[in-house]
Write a protein that binds this ligand. Structure first.
Ligand code: SAH
Length: 222
C-alpha cells in the first residue's frame, strides 16, 4: 500500500493546486475539489517529481500519451455533475488519474484503454491504492462498453473527429457525455445530455487532447 496521506509535501502541493488552479477558475463543485485534495496525482505520473506532478500543465505518462492538466480533468469531471450513486464510463484510461478522481465521486467506474501496457500498469496502481470500484478493459473505447450500459456519465479523454454513435447509444436518461471533438490539433469540449429522445449539446471551450484512435475515432497511422 502507498502511504497516501503520510506524504505531507504532496498533500500540501494538492492544497496549493486546488487553491491556485481550480477554485479561482470555474471549478465550484465541492465534491470535485475534495477529490483533487485526496487523489495522489504524483503516483500517476511516473518520472515526474511531486512539484512537477501538481503543476498547471499536462504530464507525459509513456507510450506518447499524457495526463491532462489538473484544471481540464476538473472541468470535465464537474461537467458530469455526479452526486455519488452513478455508473460512469471513461474512454482512455491512460495513467488512471481521471478514473481515480471519478471513483471518489461515483459508485462505479468502467474505463477502456487501447494500449495494453498502460492498462496493466494502471490496474496494478489501482490495486495498490485500494481503488476497488474501477474496472479496466483493453479495447477500442469508441465502441463503448455495452455490457454495463446505460451509463449516467461518459467521459472521453482523447480528441475525436466527432461523437462516436455507440457512446450516445450507451448514455442513460439524464446522462451526460463529455468529449473533446475537432481536429487532430485542437478540439472543443462538448457536453451532450440525453433527455428522452433528444440530445442537448453545449460547448465548454477549446482544448487539446491526444487522438482517439479507433473505429469511430481517427484511423490508425501507417
Ligand atoms: N484519462 C487519462 C488520459 C490519457 S491520454 C489519464 O487520466 O491519464 C488518452 C488515452 O486514450 C491514451 O492512453 C490513449 O492510448 C487512449 N486511447 C486513444 N484511443 C482510444 C480508444 N479508441 N479506446 C481506448 N483508449 C484510447
Amino acid at each position: 500500500m502507498y502511504r497516501v496521506d503520510g506524504d505531507q509535501e504532496a498533500a500540501r502541493l494538492r492544497e496549493e493546486m486546488v487553491a491556485r488552479q481550480l477554485a479561482p477558475r470555474r471549478i465550484r463543485d465541492r465534491r470535485v475539489l475534495a477529490a483533487f485534495r485526496e487523489v495522489p496525482r504524483h503516483l500517476f505520473a511516473p518520472g515526474a517529481g511531486p512539484r512537477e506532478a501538481y503543476a498547471d500543465h499536462p504530464l507525459p505518462i509513456g507510450e506518447g500519451q499524457t495526463i491532462s492538466q489538473p484544471y481540464m480533468v476538473a472541468l470535465m469531471t464537474q461537467c458530469l455533475e455526479l452526486a455519488g450513486g452513478e455508473k460512469v464510463l471513461e474512454i482512455g484510461t491512460g495513467s488512471g488519474y481521471q478514473a481515480a478522481i471519478l471513483s471518489r465521486l461515483a459508485a462505479r467506474v468502467y474505463t477502456v484503454e487501447r494500449i495494453a501496457s498502460l492498462a496493466e500498469r494502471t490496474g496494478d496502481l489501482f490495486r495498490r491504492l485500494g481503488y476497488e470500484n474501477i474496472s479496466i478493459r483493453v479495447g477500442d473505447g469508441t465502441r463503448g462498453w455495452p455490457e454495463f450500459s446505460p451509463y449516467d456519465g461518459i467521459i472521453v479523454t482523447a480528441g475525436s473527429p466527432g461523437v462516436p454513435p455507440p457512446l450516445v447509444e450507451q448514455l442513460g436518461e439524464g446522462g451526460k457525455l463529455v468529449i473533446p471533438s475537432g481536429s487532430g490539433y485542437s478540439q472543443r469540449l462538448l457536453v451532450l445530455e440525453r433527455r428522452g429522445e433528444k440530445i442537448i449539446e453545449r460547448d465548454e471551450g477549446g482544448c487539446v487532447f491526444v487522438p482517439l484512435i479507433g473505429e469511430y475515432g481517427w484511423k490508425e497511422q501507417g
